[in-house]
Design a protein around this ligand. Sequence first.
Ligand SMILES: [Zn+2]
Length: 302
Amino acid sequence: MTMRLGFFLFVAFVFMCCGVPVGAQELGPGFTKIKDGIYVFAPDATTTTCSFVVTQEGVVMIDSCNSPLDSRKMAAAIKKVTDKPVVFLIDTETHNDHTANHFIFSPPAKIINHTGAGEGMKKEYSPKRAETLAAKSPELRAALEGFKMITPHIEYKDRMTIHLGERTFELIFLKNVHSEADTAVWLPKERVLFAASAANVRRFLNLRPTVVIPDVLASYKLMKSLNPEIVVTGHGPPTTTKVFDEYEGFYTLLLKRVGDMAAQGKTLAEIKKELKMPEYADWHDQNRLGVNIEAAYRIVKK
Ligand SMILES: [Zn+2]
């Protein structure tokens, strides 16, 4: 037997006996395998990120993707990697770009988020959303087949630990950072942190009136103290704790500038007109600077 034939037979044997591990590139564009059995689907720089973690006892998903087309891609990707069912789907927030497509995974998945998540989802729910989306293309209509809103089956308070198979998931409530209920998901053994939308990747966040910037800054401190190796935010590709440093720098500078202008007697309207953040000119969604200034103004006028 030649060396080459021997090597070919060896490779064929390995494939036959051991199966072929699925790499992220085979799952399609936007999928990244960040650790063994942990996959992140970030369709692009700003679209909602959704992820799944395979355990010996089933799959845990984090968020259910924005477009139902993405959710269908996610479901297909999970099937390529494992034949195990999705046992839990953890929401990192209440907004429908993370939660509207539960119906694609549940049943069998049980949905989990912090207390108040179901109420928050119902408040925001628009029965027209699915209808409007379905009218856009036959593909979207097909992907929305069976649509219904599914609110969390389980709502925890402050913290919850899930042990599934060989893995541990620590759910941590982040107060006043983005929506009515924001959950960070921490995998201590793998040192992977899903950070919700307390931060995104180089993007102005749509800070709603309930967001409190000092609480957002406190959430970064808390999440950094876990010492994660990989950080996955609510939007954008996987990153590291540098994302928290960037936002810390941004909010600190914003608070300083808004504070200085308010101290000079400027009104909120004047500040919104005059204040610029040129250091962050390359961040996505520049049109959201106004709501960021409003959030800073609420703090400096306290
Ligand atoms: Zn959101």
